[in-house]
Design a protein around this ligand. Structure first.
Ligand code: GCO
Ligand code: MG
Length: 403
């Protein structure tokens, strides 16, 4: 029995907001869990603070599965991003503690490494096709083997995935939601041109990815997937909103472009039909928003039965704690596909010192016991929470659309 002595929520904003759970056990070991839900951070902080932490004290930190079931079934109200991010934070922290007590990097407890590193993809974006490709070349020169390409849409003043700060894309940038304007027709004209130019300039030895960010209807997405076929994408992401999982049938019927979805999913139930009907190729659910390592492992195991591989979400609104957890997880599962990787700010890296490192296109979680991530609590205090919303999206006639 390893009793949980205390748990607390640390809110910090070193460049962007992060919610971190720190659990301490009576032998003095501590574990960290990420609970960041971009644009809705304080809801998860309260869920942890007010509804989870009081139930954790005195429990056996080693009983990870039992605590997961207790928090999931015990709430009565199931699933949802707030609940599942809070449970994920507890789960990550408990795995961190267990691995530290064992004196092993977490991936060893999950079955050991079954690859040398996690293949990652970088983010290249620009206002124009040219600018996007010149960004992509910089990543290729750094050793990346996979790059996601996003470019501006002529006729629209802004679009998803194109930022001023080339190193990272930080959409939650305003005290109240920014209003963007969207036109699928305009978007559908530029994307095939981007990828035609990319294959011409970058060649065929680099994996290319694209994120459509849930804005098309199934038939529009089918057309884009078909138009992109000649350029052999690694994946087309979030082609359509996936609440209606059957949406993907239509895209599948028309195209062999591989499909990825799931960064907003928070449980195995959100992807059950997509996986069982083999409607996707990559599942993007990740540790923080999908109930932690315990639940993501269930999703990955189901996916493995149907030849679906993982491609965990890894934007900068997921903290280094999630990145580390995803890397240990990715190293240990047979059906790993790729990991998204966008650099955090220097301030974030300073608040969360970590052992993972990039080399030759791959990220490795490192070999220190546990997750291999710490938090500098004094420094964290220097960066108080700053309200920040994700943008909203309207069509050219003013009607609300998916962002
Ligand atoms: C991605 C995502 C992100 C999200 C962001 C929202 O593929 O990386 O789409 O860019 O928009 O995580 O908080
Ligand atoms: Mg995405």
């Amino acid at each position: 029995m390893l009793k949980i002595k205390s748990a607390r929520v640390i809110t910090t904003s070193p460049g962007r907001n992060f919610i971190t759970l720190k659990i301490e056990t009576e032998d003095g070991t501590f574990g960290l869990g990420d609970a960041t839900l971009n644009g809705r951070e304080l809801a998860v902080a309260s869920y942890l603070q007010d509804h989870i932490i009081p139930c954790l004290i005195g429990r056996d930190a080693h009983q990870i599965e039992d605590i997961w079931q207790y928090l999931y079934k015990g709430a009565y109200w199931r699933r949802g991003p707030v609940t599942m991010s809070a449970i994920a934070a507890v789960d990550m922290a408990l795995w961190d503690i267990k691995a530290k007590v064992a004196g092993l990097p977490l991936y060893q407890l999950l079955g050991g490494a079954c690859r040398e590193g996690n293949l990652v993809y970088a983010h290249a974006n620009g206002e124009s096709i040219e600018e996007t490709l010149s960004e992509a070349k910089k990543y290729i020169a750094l050793g990346y083997r996979a790059v996601r390409l996003q470019c501006g849409v002529p006729g629209l003043s802004s679009t998803y995935g194109v930022s001023k700060d080339k190193a990272r894309y930080e959409p939650a940038d305003a005290d109240l939601p920014t209003e963007n304007t969207w036109s699928t027709e305009k978007y559908l004209r530029i994307v095939p041109q981007l990828f035609a130019a990319a294959r011409e300039e970058l060649g065929w030895d680099i994996h290319l990815l694209h994120d459509a960010h849930h804005r098309m209807t199934p038939i529009e997405a089918a057309r884009l997937a078909k138009d992109l076929e000649p350029y052999r994408l690694f994946w087309l992401e979030d082609a359509v909103p996936a609440e209606n999982q059957a949406n993907f049938r239509l895209i599948r019927q028309h195209s062999t472009t591989p499909l990825a979805v799931g960064e907003v999913f928070n449980s195995i139930w959100d992807c059950k039909q997509l996986i069982e009907e083999q409607l996707i190729d990559y599942i993007r659910a990740t540790v923080v928003h999908a109930g932690g390592i315990t639940h993501l492992r269930r999703i990955a195991n189901l996916a493995a039965l149907y030849n679906v591989r993982t491609g965990c979400h890894g934007a900068t609104d997921l903290s280094p704690v999630t990145m580390a957890a995803a890397l240990h997880f990715g190293l240990s599962i047979p059906n790993f596909g790729i990991q998204e990787y966008m650099h955090h700010t220097d301030e974030t890296n300073a608040v969360f010192p970590h052992g993972y490192s990039f080399s030759d296109g791959y990220l490795h979680p490192g070999n220190s016991p546990g997750l291999g991530v710490d938090i500098d609590e004094d420094m964290a205090k220097e960066f108080p929470y700053k309200r920040a919303f994700l943008p909203v999206n309207r069509l050219e006639d003013g009607g609300m659309h998916d962002w």
